[in-house]
Design a binder for this molecule. Structure first.
Ligand SMILES: NC(=O)c1ccc[n+]([C@@H]2O[C@H](COP(=O)([O-])OP(=O)(O)OC[C@H]3O[C@@H](n4cnc5c(N)ncnc54)[C@H](OP(=O)(O)O)[C@@H]3O)[C@@H](O)[C@H]2O)c1
Length: 325
């Protein structure tokens, strides 16, 4: 039995993502075989493809989230059934393929109301945002927070969730069109950070005080400015590096206003099955209550994975890109 997959043989530009035919695995004890219906594309995949993260052994199949249907159950699997629709988010790669074998405990039961492509575009980002607002920094009513790339996939969900928690949200965006997207998602103020000095604007908006938390996944280009935007005892949550890795800093850089720096990775917060179940429940409750809305992604065929990465890296993603097998 075979399956189609994007197998990464070398690190490099999007052109290294090529579709090939490879052996279809069979589920062992405690595992299931999934036929993917929608595969989420994340910035993490770009870092893996380029070689910035060396977390996927080559040759290997990238991809950290997907939605699919159970086609086979391994020995001893209970609580799941053939034909059931489930999702997964995992650092144990294997998303960019028509099929994958998954530990049964990693399968996430999905609400019927949300279509496959929307779930595949949103699940990983929503789990991340749940961590960002409740673990990396606890957002509470009355705080002002800064969200960089507020019209991005994570950015939109973060604006919505922070606003729901009663925070005043300042979002930075690359274009005027993105400002409108960020405002629709919940940002109270937007800053065109390629045209304006975002530190000065944040100081102006907050009456000189600064923000309780700055959420920064842009990285290299914004990190220092984000530090300068913080109020006393504020928190810089650096959770990504879309513009490149952050330059080194020393502890005394944080002493200027007694601020904290956290560098969360969502996989660490779902490292056990219990944690994954608890965080997933928190996310589905947020969907149900309308705190966040699923992202409507750009969809492309699996064979066009290279184009999906180009869209993300050119900052043209509408908030999510999904591959359809
Ligand atoms: N730590 C974790 O566990 C975790 C989990 C999920 C995601 N993340 C991170 O969250 C970030 C956003 O992910 P996403 O899926 O929401 O992506 P996304 O929607 O495409 O957002 C990325 C945005 O970053 C901005 N950006 C600024 N400089 C950039 C550059 N040089 N190249 C590309 N983009 C640049 C762009 O917005 P503007 O045009 O408005 O500047 C772009 O749209 C990524 O850095 C990702 O690694 C981290």
């Amino acid at each position: 039995m075979t399956m189609q997959a994007i197998v990464l043989n070398d690190f490099g530009g999007p052109g290294v993502l090529k579709l090939s035919l490879t052996a279809r695995p069979a589920p062992g004890p405690g595992e299931i075989l999934l036929r993917h219906t929608a595969i989420g594309v994340n910035f993490h995949d770009c870092y893996v493809r380029s070689g910035l993260y060396r977390t996927l052994a080559l040759p290997g199949i990238p991809g950290i989230e997907a939605v699919g249907v159970i086609e086979a159950l391994g020995e001893g699997v209970t609580g799941l059934r053939l034909g059931q629709r489930v999702g997964w988010v995992s650092g144990r790669y294997g998303g960019y393929a028509t099929h994958r074998v998954l530990r049964a405990a990693e399968a996430i039961a999905l609400p019927d109301a949300i279509p496959d492509a929307e779930l595949a575009a949103t699940l990983m980002k929503a789990l991340t945002v749940s961590v960002l607002v409740s673990r990396a920094h606890r957002v509470t009513a009355g705080q002002t927070v800064l969200v960089h790339a507020a019209a991005g996939g994570v950015g939109q969900l973060l604006c919505s969730w922070c606003r729901h928690l009663g925070a005043t949200v300042i979002g930075t965006v690359g274009t005027r069109e993105k400002a409108a997207v960020a405002e629709r998602a919940g940002a109270h103020h937007t800053i065109l950070y390629r045209e304006e000095d975002f530190v000065a604007r944040v100081r102006q908006i907050t009456g000189g005080a600064g923000v309780a938390a700055a959420y920064d996944a842009v990285g290299k280009e914004t990190f220092r400015g984000s530090l300068d935007c913080l109020d006393f005892e504020g928190t810089l949550v650096n959770y990504g590096q879309a513009s490149g890795p952050v330059d080194p800093l020393t502890p005394s850089d944080l002493a200027v206003r007694s601020v904290s720096l956290v560098r969360p990775i969502v996989f660490h917060y779902i490292r056990s099955d219990d944690r994954l179940a608890a965080l997933s429940a928190q996310v589905f409750e947020a969907f149900r209550a309308g705190v966040i809305r699923p992202i409507t992604p750009l969809t492309l065929p699996l064979a066009d994975a290279a184009r999906a990465h180009e869209v993300l890296e050119a900052q043209r993603s509408p908030g999510g890109v999904v591959l359809l097998p």
